[in-house]
Design a protein around this ligand. Structure first.
Ligand SMILES: Nc1ncnc2c1ncn2[C@@H]1O[C@H](COP(=O)(O)OP(=O)(O)OP(=O)(O)O)[C@@H](O)[C@H]1O
Ligand SMILES: [Mg+2]
Length: 267
């Protein structure tokens, strides 16, 4: 069990209040409250269809047909477009991987930065000296991040040759290019072997140690219990409970809602 590494955190980086999103009368998110402490790794768990991805889509601006408050560092995000929210320091991955298979691993990471910074694209087309300096900096940072996620040796290979787990790591390196304050990961270890899952946990911890806060959706309960400082349990569009892994592990309401009362939420 990993000890709490964030006992000195000062307040919440992300606060969600009374978030609601319906699809044709189905209340996918039904008054969600959520707190992500500055510097923490916060887990978001709950049964299939309880509204986790929909909530993240709303928080990150990809879905704006919701009501409720979303504040990051005290700044309201609700209603802003995803690129504006990204520039404000919130980056997210998707449940389905988005990687350009025919580009190299290094190019994929650099592309992530260029799609983030439109000004860079204009300068790139003009091939200005300023662009060449930016490009050198971008390349150095991309190589550093590839080393961080353990893909340095694959930098010049086509991304299509990577395993599924390696593509997840590549996506993570890409979103770290913009030095986000908050990273939201949607199922970072789904379909990944246990060794790779442990590796991903270690990488997330290293990035946290550099000052990045994480909100992680995941069905792999042992992974969440070992990695997270705080865990939010969602059920039918709402927060059922939020607390330390130890406090939710044996919570009767959690066992009943999430596991039908038949198993332990155990690591
Ligand atoms: N675009 C959509 N149109 C209609 N219904 C949707 C849409 N997106 C999500 N839903 C519904 O909203 C509910 C919540 O879905 P969501 O994908 O947020 O769940 P989830 O907690 O991420 O599930 P999982 O763990 O399976 O990924 C489900 O009932 C789903 O069918
Ligand atoms: Mg989902």
């Amino acid at each position: 069990m990993i000890g709490l590494s964030n006992s000195t955190v000062a307040g919440n980086l992300l606060e969600v209040r009374n978030l609601r999103r319906s699809f044709a009368g189905v209340h996918a998110v039904d008054g969600l409250d959520l707190d992500v402490a500055q510097g923490s790794i916060t887990g978001l768990i709950g049964p299939n269809g309880c509204g986790k991805t929909t909530s993240v889509n709303c928080i990150s601006g990809f879905d704006r047909a919701f009501t409720g408050q979303v504040d990051m560092a005290g700044v309201p995000l609700a209603g802003s477009a995803p690129d504006v929210i990204a520039r404000g320091g919130l980056m997210r991955t998707f449940q389905a991987i988005r990687v350009f298979d025919s580009f190299t691993v290094l190019e994929n990471v650099k592309l992530a930065m260029q799609s983030f910074d439109q000004a860079t694209v204009v300068q790139m087309l003009a091939r200005t000296p300023a662009f060449r300096r930016i490009e050198e900096g971008t390349e150095a940072m991309a190589r550093e991040l590839l080393e961080l996620v353990g893909l340095k040796a694959k930098a010049n290979d086509p991304a299509g040759e990577l395993s599924y787990g390696q593509k997840k790591l590549l996506s993570l390196a890409g979103i770290l290019m913009s030095k986000p304050r908050l990273v939201i990961l949607d199922e970072p270890v789904a379909g990944v072997n246990p060794t790779r899952a442990m590796e991903i946990a270690g990488i997330i911890r290293s990035v946290q140690a550099r000052g990045t806060t994480f909100l992680i959706i995941e069905h792999n309960i042992p992974f969440v219990m070992r990695l997270c400082d705080s865990v939010v349990v969602m059920d039918r569009g709402k927060r059922l409970v939020q607390g330390t892994p130890d406090s939710i592990r044996n919570d009767p309401a959690v066992l009943e809602a999430y596991l039908g009362g038949t198993a332990n939420v155990d690591s």
